[in-house]
Design a protein around this ligand. Sequence first.
Ligand SMILES: NC(=O)c1ccc[n+]([C@@H]2O[C@H](COP(=O)([O-])OP(=O)(O)OC[C@H]3O[C@@H](n4cnc5c(N)ncnc54)[C@H](OP(=O)(O)O)[C@@H]3O)[C@@H](O)[C@H]2O)c1
Length: 345
Amino acid sequence: MTQRPSTSRRIVLAAQAVGVPTRETFRVEDIALPALSEGQVLTRTLYCSADPGTRSRLSSGASYAPPLRIGDPIDGFAIGEVIESTNARFAVGDIVATGGGWAEHAIFPGRGYIQKIPHTRLPLSYWIGVLGVPGMTAWFGLKRVATLKPGDRVLVTSAAGPVGATAAQIARGLGASRVVGTASGADKAAWLRDEAKLDAVIDYKTTADLVADLKAASPDGYDVLFDNVGNAMIDAVIPLLRPGGRIVISGQLADYNTASTNVPGITNTRYFIASRLRMEGLVVFDDLKAFPAAQEELGAMIERGEMKVREQRYQGLEAAPQAFIDLFTDNAFGRRIIAIGAEAG
Ligand SMILES: NC(=O)c1ccc[n+]([C@@H]2O[C@H](COP(=O)([O-])OP(=O)(O)OC[C@H]3O[C@@H](n4cnc5c(N)ncnc54)[C@H](OP(=O)(O)O)[C@@H]3O)[C@@H](O)[C@H]2O)c1
């Protein structure tokens, strides 16, 4: 059994970010671990993740989640082992997914996101990736928001990321007739075509004519745009949507580092009338109660070899800021997983 430590380390916001965050945006802090109150759970972190949505909290004027203040811990998803519990639902030794963030230990306060991991047939880290929030975003974005139907032609942006790659493969599994993705770099394109079995991949960074390439990749247009990127991409795709087309706003990777006054607008709204288009965003936690059933189905897809998963590993708490910065600056791909309790899973 793991001993309960009296101190721990975590990463906090050192300075508000302007543009792409840097190492100076974050600092490591030593803390004392307090005694637990009734209903709380203390976990030892095994893995945590780097999530692009965190970016919107590192500056003022944040989106649906409030901005962090200087000195606030960086929250985010983590897999932990319960090492102390005053909550009847969790026992020492349980493995859980939580919002514990970039910390060696986390205290679950008694309410909020926590899920006991039901089995360990698949790698534990998948529970903060394909079976965690990214996978659930893909699942409910396509099934509930896009109401995906067999035969639909689907375009997924940032298709090599954990949300995008899962979405593209779910679309294929649900009978989409054409699945096209955007991603940058030859490695991602090769993986998306050869492993994830997309019909076409467009490098939005090197293309001479994005719209022409999108058209050529699906000459009859698209029924669904699953967008992770932001307004400029949505505006380019709207004219290519078929009657009854749906746009899922999952995320805004291209806009997170841009001041809100400089984010491009969406101008092609006239197509919404003639083509009866619909555009809707999602917050994945609205579907929290339905996670277990979706995780069961997604897990089965992985075990049948119908869902390929990419991870990029980082080692140690100090690596978390770099894992996060890399989301916006480098060309590596896969779910960014920071291993903290190295001997586990
Ligand atoms: N709505 C929800 O409840 C919810 C929940 C979780 C996540 N999300 C959102 O889902 C999206 C995808 O998340 P993820 O974890 O899978 O991350 P991700 O797609 O792996 O994000 C990193 C990738 O984004 C692309 N990218 C970075 N900067 C870009 C830019 N300026 N323009 C275009 N692409 C850029 C890069 O890939 P390429 O250059 O190869 O495309 C990069 O490798 C994010 O926007 C996230 O906020 C939403």
